[in-house]
Design a protein around this ligand. Structure first.
Ligand code: F6P
Length: 320
């Protein structure tokens, strides 16, 4: 059993990271294990921004979006010298195991660190994109999709008043998960995702004829990985001749108080990660599949690409 562990959050922040960190910290303390927080992700590890935490350090954070530890995308950590420095700092503090909360890139960083240092590493999937292989849940995705849904509902009001087409660009990097889930739940006419081909000419023809038949408005959700919402909106407006507006939701999708699902699942995963790393288990990522906690091999997770369920693509088309 380890005597001292650390936790960090890395990459894009996501609602629920605080709940996960809190669970890691409180579980470690419950087990009589010292726990350190590393500020600003891997960059803080390199810069020795590492501080011991106690139970009170994580009070009053479960309801907050963002991550109280801070996060970063560290270029230096991508170098061997950077990772070496980071490992030396862990050793200096007597840290024997590490919990990493972050997305695909952050978990890849963990895999690289694991290959270099003899230190147990456990990952938790923390990203709004829900693009981590091996788990159908990532911390923050539920809150983000609800934020998008709220935006769609509001945009629908104004679209309908003005008989406009509204194009909404949402985040997700190379994944269409956020767009697809929010698009189906928000009753969008079109959901454009990088995982499925679409024909903009056909879409414009359909939009034109449905407006002729009396349609009052249309909602088109575009995943950022499928193209620029601004460009797509411009083409739609020009080709259909229908008044079109574009809304790029941006970083508003990353903030906000986490949903019940994100708080609960992050807490469950945080406890599992802490218990695993304390007992010396390494190179695993904990996630959820079909409602149950699963443990995924870290290297499998970072070396595989999660795909979007084609059934969802089909459903979005049927219901449009
Ligand atoms: O990975 C999370 C994410 O929000 C992506 O959806 C988006 O493409 C990216 O991060 C934005 O990154 P940044 O906050 O660095 O601009």
């Amino acid at each position: 059993m380890l005597k001292s562990i650390a936790v960090l959050t890395s990459g894009g922040d996501s609602p629920g990271m605080n709940a996960a960190t809190r669970a890691v910290v409180r579980t470690a303390i419950y087990e009589g294990v010292r726990v350190f927080g590393i500020n600003n992700g891997y960059q803080g590890m390199i810069q020795d921004d590492i501080h011991e935490l106690n139970s009170r350090s994580v009070s009053d954070i479960i309801q907050r979006g963002g991550t109280f530890l801070g996060t970063a995308r560290s270029e230096e950590f991508k170098t061997e010298a950077g990772r070496q420095k980071a490992l030396e700092n862990l050793r200096k503090h007597g840290i024997e195991g590490l919990v990493i909360i972050g997305g695909d890139g952050s978990l890849t960083g963990g895999a690289l660190l694991s290959k270099m240092g003899n230190i147990p590493i456990v990952g938790l999937p923390g990203t709004i994109d829900n693009d981590v292989w091996g788990t159908d849940y990532t911390i923050g995705a539920d809150t983000a999709v609800n934020t998008i849904l709220d935006a769609i509902n509001k945009l629908r009001d104004t679209a309908s008043s003005h008989r406009r087409i509204i194009v909404i660009e949402v985040m997700g990097r190379t994944s269409g998960w956020l767009a697809m889930m929010a698009g189906i739940a928000g009753g969008a006419e079109y959901v454009l995702v990088p995982e499925a081909k679409f024909n903009l000419d056909e879409i414009c023809k359909d939009l034109k004829s449905s407006y002729k038949d009396g349609r009052r408005y249309s909602i088109v959700v575009v995943a950022e990985g499928a193209g620029s919402g601004i460009e797509i909106g411009k083409i739609i407006g020009e080709k259909t001749g229908i008044d079109t507006r574009v809304s790029v939701l941006g970083h508003i999708q990353r903030g906000g108080s986490p949903s019940v699902e994100d708080r609960l699942k992050a807490s469950i995963l945080g406890e599992r990660a802490a218990l695993a790393v304390i007992s010396g288990i390494s190179n695993v990522v904990f996630g959820f599949n079909a409602g149950k906690v699963v443990s995924i091999d870290l290297f499998d997770s970072v070396n595989n690409t999660k795909t979007l369920d084609p059934e969802l693509v089909r459903l979005a088309r049927v219901l449009a």
